[in-house]
Write a protein that binds this ligand. Structure first.
Ligand code: 6PG
Length: 463
């Protein structure tokens, strides 16, 4: 009997998604390549391991895998982003027929996704670039799913994706059609950028509390108290992490302070620069990771320059307010960036609906995200929202004090500091860009516009 849907790539995410599909009662075929001595009988062994996969059909022969599927075929690709996707698509094409649908559920670059879509469409095949967030557990219990590509093709895969997705507070699936081209992977990339900032903000709050001599357990307690009005998945896991012991010691204290990354924050930063969007926090979080990575160099510099003792008075309330302020700026920048790209490409992304599918299943799910579902219905610019204006005004003093104390106390806190710095620029009626324009005109005759000249004419001066 044919399977309704197939999945290629039994890595961590692929395995979890297969089990999730099978648990929802779908007949599935699963495929993993055969690599002698390394990946042998992966699909068969995996299928035997779980009761819910009893009916699943395992393969390591691609042609047979494809043959086992109902037509038009629906195949979820869960392989490493990058060249592997092209290699697998290349192998697959030989067996596919027009109208078959391939869903790329990896963290692919959105421009690559758009390219692959056009290439496969030329052969009558349908390619759906689909962001999937939630890590291993999310993939198994319900991720947030961001599909994009041909809208009419989405209706053919909708029931599968919606069935395996997380649920929002109203029981609706955290899965929605995002738009055409690679828009699904674009929003996943920005999701990850927002994730980088949320993680970095918690790391900076942790650093401040630590410098004040707070124990890990007490930091966990401080964070625990924030859950009442600022709850999020990342806050919760951070509390768990702070409390995790290995013997008598905290595991966290034994983890080397070199942050890794798999590239989506880098891509997000490059695209921020390409769109010319002042989304300053994602780059700040990315470069904080890069800075951390050069541990040996930091140790060397630390030998050269002494560090002042931290004497800055930061109260717990000020820290909480600063965290809240910075998170508002982070989400404001992230959604503004998505809106900008959506306008530019004609993707027509519904930001409120996007926030809704990010209220469950994904890494950046939070109580704040739930509020954003409503706020983004009214205006895509979150800095015009009455409720947020009130919070920003109420927390502005705190973040100013915290940023100043971090500078004075030599605590590296790029995201907290940049959040208020960005805000000051964003609300500045005048900026010194007149001088930049004059300088550009001076050395390069790049011209400038004059204050109050409604014609907008560009002029040059012989300086
Ligand atoms: C998710 C995560 C997931 C993964 C990132 C981590 O939404 O489920 O974002 O995609 O954890 O790739 O990225 P870094 O390795 O770059 O931190």
């Amino acid at each position: 009997m044919s399977s309704e849907i197939g999945l290629i790539g039994l890595g961590v995410m692929g395995k979890s998604l297969s089990r999730n599909l099978a648990q929802k009662g779908f007949k599935i075929s699963i495929f993993n390549r055969h690599v002698a001595g390394k990946e042998e009988d992966v699909a068969v062994k995996f299928q035997r391991e779980y009761q819910e996969l009893k009916e699943a059909q395992p393969f390591d022969n691609l042609g047979e895998f494809v043959k086992s599927l109902e037509t038009p075929r629906k195949i979820i690709l869960m392989v490493n982003a990058g060249p592997t996707v092209d290699l697998v698509l290349n192998d697959l094409q030989e067996f596919l027929e027009p109208q078959d649908i391939v869903i790329d559920g990896g963290n692919s670059h959105y421009q690559e996704t758009s390219r692959r879509m056009s290439e496969l469409e030329a052969h009558g095949l349908i390619f759906m670039g689909t962001g999937v967030s939630g890590g291993e557990e999310g993939a198994l219990k319900g991720p947030s799913i961001m599909p994009s590509g041909q809208k009419d093709a989405y209706s053919k895969i909708q029931k599968y994706l919606e069935a395996i997705a997380a649920r929002d507070a109203d029981g609706k699936p955290c899965c929605t059609y995002i738009g055409k081209e690679g828009s699904g992977h674009f929003v996943k990339m920005i999701h990850n950028g927002i994730e980088y900032v949320e993680m970095q903000l918690l790391a900076e709050c942790y650093a401040i509390l630590k410098r004040q001599g707070t124990s890990n357990e007490n930091i966990a307690q401080v964070f625990e108290s924030w859950r009442q009005d600022l709850d999020s998945y990342l806050l919760q896991i951070t509390i768990d992490i702070l409390r995790k012991k290995e013997g008598n010691d905290y595991l966290l204290d034994k983890i080397l302070d070199k942050a890794g990354n798999k590239g989506t924050g880098n891509w997000a930063t490059v695209s921020i620069a390409n769109y010319g969007q002042p989304a300053t926090l994602i780059p700040a979080a990315l470069f904080a990771r890069y800075l951390s990575f050069f541990k040996e160099l930091r140790l060397e510099t630390a030998e050269t320059f002494s560090t002042k003792k931290f004497s800055g008075e930061i109260t717990k309330d000020q820290l909480k307010d600063s965290y809240q302020f910075a998170r508002i700026m982070n989400h404001h920048q992230g959604f503004a960036l998505i809106h900008r790209a959506s306008e530019q490409h004609g993707w027509d992304i519904d930001l409120s609906e996007l926030a809704r599918i990010w209220t469950g299943g994904c890494i950046i799910k939070s109580d704040f995200m739930k509020e954003l579902v409503e706020y983004l219905k009214a205006d895509v610019n979150l800095l015009t929202n009455e409720n947020l204006i009130e919070i920003i005004n109420a927390t502005h003093n705190a973040i100013q004090s915290v940023a100043a104390a971090c500078i004075q106390g030599e605590i590296h806190a790029p995201c907290l500091i940049e959040s208020v710095n960005y805000f000051h620029g964003q609300k500045a009626a005048t900026l010194p860009a007149n001088l930049i324009q004059a300088q550009r005109d001076y050395f390069g005759a790049h011209t400038y516009q004059r204050v109050g000249d409604s014609s907008g004419e560009f002029l040059h001066t012989e300086w």
